[in-house]
Design a protein around this ligand. Structure first.
Ligand code: SF4
Length: 92
């Protein structure tokens, strides 16, 4: 493998994330970049929880149902230090 391929491979690995299976279906979800810092659970306790019986990472247990919850989820996404929260409803 030459240097350029190694660089591309590193980049690919860095960019590949997986949606955690405990997320409920919908707009917001957490991926496996989560580092269990607790911030999203503090910002949006009605929507994010910790998987205490599993890997200890956060997941979305309820999609926002009010404007207030939507604002809290948006704040959690923007503040997540690991960029582990998405709001596109994707299935990565
Ligand atoms: S803010 Fe991000 S890194 Fe921190 S617990 Fe939530 S999803 Fe994980």
């Amino acid at each position: 493998m030459n240097y350029e391929n190694e660089k591309l491979n590193d980049r690919f690995v860095f960019m590949t994330t997986h949606k955690l299976p405990k997320n409920v279906a919908g707009k917001y979800y957490v991926n496996d970049n989560c580092i269990d810092c607790d911030m999203c659970r503090e910002f949006a306790p009605a929507n994010f929880a910790r998987d205490d019986e599993g890997d200890g990472l956060s997941f979305v247990f309820k999609q926002p149902g009010t404007l207030g919850e939507e604002a809290q989820c948006k704040e959690a996404k923007e503040g997540c230090p690991a960029e582990a929260i998405s709001d596109d409803g994707g299935i990565d």
